[in-house]
Ligand binder design. Structure first.
Ligand code: 13P
Length: 290
């Protein structure tokens, strides 16, 4: 059975490590992320954006795929299936489709009050169904699903207000952005993270835009209360580099090298390796009971 993400993130917050939330795109991603989690004995969150779900023909397909692969691979570590950056309507659709966790991203609503009231409604709906829910305050920079955020820092008072809705974990902008970081990026705002933590107590905090943040900043963020770290772009780059290398080495011209099971094999293994590397950096390896 897939689980929701509440217990694994509460354990991470208390134990000063973080659980990786890795974005899935298709069967290769799903298999590789689960393989890495099982091999490192780590809890894991497989997450899917709205557009990656559309690519895979819908939320039900994603849910059926992840549930089936989890069973077929005899995975024993805790796994949550999470919607990444969902609208209100997408959250409802994912709950119906069998996701065990959702993120309602109300940071693009017309006001904080709208974000707050919709978060409140969804917390009730999710908790009635045993689904965990992540909220967001302060938009994360970069572009994701066509929405560009400026990387603003979250207001700690607003974080405290959202925390009171009973959300299970909270994404708060601290200078992080999605995708690759520009060379002039000034780094994470640890002063803002500390202020948010002081206002939100033991609520697990989420760091989006995990790609490209230097390891020492990742470790410091975990020490200051980050319990979930999202990684997407880095897995895509790892997959792409390995696939390009396969073709540059002309392996596709060798005996049946064009067979997709061969063509995608090195890329899939690169996802396994990169996911395992992140799990070890985040310190969730050997916490497969959490
Ligand atoms: P990156 O693509 O920068 O790793 O960000 C992933 C993310 O935050 C998904 O919500």
């Amino acid at each position: 059975m897939l689980v929701n993400a509440k217990n694994m993130l509460d354990a991470a917050e208390a134990g000063h490590y973080a659980v990786g939330a890795f974005n899935t795109n298709d069967l290769e991603w799903c298999k590789s992320i689960l393989q890495a989690a099982q091999e490192t004995n780590s809890p894991v969150i497989v997450q899917c954006s709205m557009s990656a779900a559309t690519y895979q023909t819908g939320y039900k397909t994603v849910s059926d795929l992840v549930h089936s692969v989890y069973k077929a691979m005899d995975i024993t570590v805790p796994v949550a299936l999470h919607l990444d950056h969902g609208t209100y309507e997408a959250c409802l659709a994912c709950i119906d489709a069998g996701f065990t966790s959702v993120m309602y991203d109300g940071s693009h609503e017309d006001s904080f009050e709208t974000n707050l009231s919709k978060t409140k409604e969804l917390v009730k709906i999710c908790h009635n169904k045993g689904v965990s829910i992540e909220a967001e305050v302060g938009s994360i920079g970069g572009t994701e699903d066509g929405v560009t955020g400026t990387g603003e820092c979250a207001d700690p008072e607003e974080c405290a207000t959202i925390a009171e809705t009973g959300v299970d974990f909270l994404a708060a902008g601290i200078g992080n952005i999605h995708g690759l970081y520009p060379v002039n990026w000034e780094g994470l705002r640890f002063d803002v993270l500390e202020a948010i933590k002081a206002k939100t107590g033991d609520l697990p905090l989420v760091l989006h835009g995990g790609t490209g943040i230097p390891d020492d900043q990742i470790k410091k963020a975990i020490n200051l209360g980050i319990a979930k770290i999202n990684v997407n772009t880095e897995l895509q780059v790892a997959f792409c580099d390995a696939t390009v290398a396969y073709i540059e080495a002309k392996k596709h011209e060798a005996e049946k090298g064009f067979d997709p099971r061969k063509l995608l094999k090195d890329g899939a293994q690169a996802i396994v390796d990169k996911t395992a590397e992140k799990i070890e950096l985040f310190g969730s390896d050997n916490k497969g009971w959490a």
